[in-house]
Structure formats: C-alpha cells, structure tokens
Design a protein around this ligand. Structure first.
Ligand code: ATP
Ligand code: MG
Length: 424
C-alpha cells in the first residue's frame, strides 16, 4: 500500500508557474476597488450552519446539497462558508458597522467551499472576491458596483463578456408573482422534473433557472416577473439602466435571470463570458434589502456582487491574456573557491542597499558555465560575478545579460550601486 496522500476531489494546488496570475489579479482588484473607496473586511471561513440556512435560504442549491458541514466538539453544526455575503452581513451587524444609518462600502476575498460535482470552472474549494454596499437604497449603488466590475474586466483585458440584468421587484411584488407562477407550473406538472416539483412550493422562481432541456418550452411561456413589478421597482430599474447608458455599459435585460440565492430583491445581474463553456458566469450580484434584518440587524438596504476568481484565472490562461513578467534582476555568480561566508555577506549588503532588487544567489555553487546557463534560463538581466580576482581587487564584475553594449564592467561597490539603482 502506498503512503502517498492525494489532495481532495475538487480542490487544487496553485503552483509557482501560476501564482503570479493570482497575485496580479489580486493587485488589479485592490487598485480598482481602492479607486472607488471600498474597504477590505476579513471574516472567518467557518461559521454556524444556521447562518447560511437563514441567509441563503433552505430551498437553494447551496444549502440543500452543496455545504461542507460538520459538528463541533460541543455538537454545534458548523459550515465552511459557501459564499461571502452571509458572513459579511454577520460581521457588519456584530461590529455595528452600519449603526445609525452609516453607509459602508466593503470588499472581501478568499476561499469558499461547495460540495459540487467538480468540472472545469467548478471546484469544491474556489476563490471569490465580493463587494457590498450597505445603507444606500438607490440605483446609484447598484450602478457603481456594475461600473466597478466593468472597469476591472477592462483592466484585466477580458474580451467577450456581456452583462445581463433583471429586476426581481420588492418582496411584496414577488409574493404576488410567486402565486401566479405556482398556478402556472401546476398546470404543467407532467413536464416538471423532480427538482422543479420539489421547488414548486418552496422556491418556484428557481424553476425558471433550470437548464433541463425538457422544461425549456414551459419555462419560455411562463408569466414574467417584469409584468408584476411595483412602481418603486420599475423606477429603480429605469434609473439603473439610465446610468449604465450614460456610462456606455452595454447590457441586456434577461427577465428569466433570478440568481441562485434567496435573498435578492430588485436588481440582479450577471457577467457572462462565452469563452468558458458551460461555466460562463464570472460574476453575479444583486440587491438584498431585507437580508440584514433577516439576520437580526436593523433594516439596512444593501447590494453586492461576488466574482469567481478561478474562472477569471482560467480565462487569462486559456486566452493567453497576460504574459509572465520577467522578475529576476540579477544572479550572483561566484567561483567555487569563494568562501560561502563572503557570498552571503555580499548578497545581504546588496539587499540592504537595493531592497527592491530581485537577486538570485546560487546556494549550490557549480561551474561558471552552469551558473551562466541557469541565469539565462531565469532570463536574468544582470550577472554579478565574483571570483578570486574580484576579491583580491575588492571589486565586482557586472555583466549585462540583455544589453550587448553594456558588456561587462569591473566596479567598486559604490559604482556598482550607482548603476544598479538606475534599474531598481
Ligand atoms: P453557478 O450557476 O455557476 O453554479 P452560482 O449562482 O452558484 O453559479 P454564485 O453563488 O452567484 O454562483 O457565486 C458567484 C460566482 O462565484 C459565480 O458566478 C462563479 O464565478 C463563482 N463560483 C460559484 N461556484 C463556483 C465553484 N464551485 N467553482 C468555481 N467558481 C464558482
Ligand atoms: Mg452554483
């Protein structure tokens, strides 16, 4: 029997050949979110299971079958967070961040866990970045989130991405529509699959979201929520569309867009790419004006989105949108006879003076030839060469590996610093 232990299904390791993509996405996100003055919040990966039951709703894919739950030693049911909004709202309430009507613009990032069937773009541990605006009830907040995500796509360079929007109306409008929808689907019971039949009483709107080909006809002819919207929701939705038009954001209104989670009202939206196959939604969001109260806080209007970073990384890789930056500035190449003490001493001295320099020190000295080969492989810009001659004369030989004109220079430490500081 082998002692080898493999990672769990649906989980993955991000290897050094790809971490730079993740790091750069994180940088770009931080830059864009900063420019809209969103502040980062960090909350636990583990919460009480009942938080997600309350927030996400019991008749949803996530709560019904996708949660990683287990009992704590004291018997309390705990769950690895399947999404961020529930925990974010819990943290906002518990820390009084929205007391006295204070507006808050928050963002978060990190791993989420869902027990799903693993496939391309669908993992059991995946990374989401989310943004939420609390205590602003107007469509400007919804628009700002959409504009901020659009700016992010532009900065990343994502092509072929489209925006779908819809309004789910206020809770009261949805109660009326729900009844109409239940009556309609009851007339077509024979066509409904098991999932849909179960959802008929608990969450009939989700039936509209079904991908079952056998149900598409009956879904297509279902009454539209748009026809049951109240005046307030219609006004809110028009204002959102006006802002998007003004800012040159293309969108299509998809009256069947309902989103997977229970807590939405009024605006919902999704950003979808055609470049990822079935798992094309890279960002989804909407308004959730009743959630804070549902979770025990004061009534607080709110709107937010979550984007799937795994899918964005896939896109960047598949479409070769970015190329890996050449990060090694210099390689210290020392002759085998040079005392290791001297090599580490010199490299630390260089790092003290040039803290931004990416300097590779060969910890396993080999021949000059092999070391130069390695420096080439790393696409290093400079070789810092130290042999017996250099040590005796108290100099460093600096050789450019990219610029023939620069060639090779013998320098005292000060002269060396002067040149290198032009690069870093
Ligand atoms: P889907 O319809 O693809 O299952 P969802 O409605 O369950 O998505 P949300 O809960 O809205 O997804 O999460 C927001 C985003 O997080 C999704 O648009 C997607 O990009 C990403 N996401 C969701 N589940 C996964 C997963 N299992 N693996 C990777 N990314 C995911
Ligand atoms: Mg899902």
């Amino acid at each position: 029997m082998s002692n080898k232990i493999n990672r769990l299904r649906g989980m993955y390791d991000v290897l050094p050949s790809e971490t730079w993509i993740w790091q750069r996405i994180e940088e770009v996100i931080q830059e864009v979110f900063d420019s809209y003055n969103f502040q980062e919040i960090r909350f636990p990966l583990l919460e009480e299971t009942r938080l997600f039951y309350t927030a996400i709703g019991e008749a949803t894919d996530v709560v019904e079958r996708e949660m990683f739950s287990f009992n704590s030693r004291s018997g309390t049911s705990l769950t690895l967070r399947p999404e961020g909004t529930a925990g974010c709202v819990r943290a906002v309430i518990q820390n009084g961040l929205c007391n006295r009507g204070l507006a808050q613009k928050l963002w978060y990032q990190g791993p989420m866990f869902r027990y799903e069937r693993p496939q391309k773009g669908r993992n059991r541990q995946f990374t989401q970045v989310g943004a939420e605006i609390f205590n602003i009830d107007n469509a400007q907040a919804d628009a700002e989130l959409i504009l901020m995500s659009a700016r992010l796509w532009k900065k990343i360079g994502l092509p072929n991405i489209r925006l779908e929007i819809n309004s789910l109306g206020t809770t009261s409008a949805r109660i009326v529509y729900r009844k109409v929808l239940i009556d309609y689907f009851k007339k077509h019971l024979t066509v409904l699959d098991e999932d849909a039949k179960r959802r008929l009483e608990t969450n009939p709107l989700r039936i509209l979201d079904s991908k079952n080909p056998g149900m598409q006809e009956v879904i297509k002819n279902a009454p539209l929520l748009t026809d049951f919207l109240d005046d307030e929701s219609i006004r809110h939705f028009s204002q959102l569309k006006e802002i998007l038009d003004e800012c040159g954001i293309n969108y299509s209104v998809n009256p069947k867009l309902v989103r997977g989670l229970d807590y939405y009202s009024k605006t919902v939206f999704e950003w979808i790419t055609t470049d990822l196959g079935a798992q094309g939604t890279i960002c989804g969001g909407g308004r959730y004006d009743s959630l804070v109260e549902l979770q025990g806080g004061k009534p607080t209007p709110a709107v937010g989105f979550a984007m799937g970073i795994d899918r964005i990384v896939e896109l960047i890789k598949d479409l070769k949108l970015w190329s890996q930056p050449n990060s090694v500035d210099a390689v210290l190449i020392a002759d085998k006879t040079v005392n290791p003490r001297f090599i580490n001493g010199l490299s630390e001295k260089i790092r003290n003076c040039l803290p931004k320099l990416n300097l590779v020190v060969n910890l396993n000295p080999s021949s000059f030839k092999a070391q130069f080969k390695k420096a080439d492989k790393l696409s290093a810009k400079f070789a810092i060469i130290v042999g017996e001659n250099e040590i005796n004369a108290n100099i460093i030989t600096l050789k450019s590996l990219t610029d023939k004109e620069f060639g090779q220079k013998e320098l005292h430490f000060d002269g060396f610093l002067k040149i290198m500081s032009q690069y870093k």
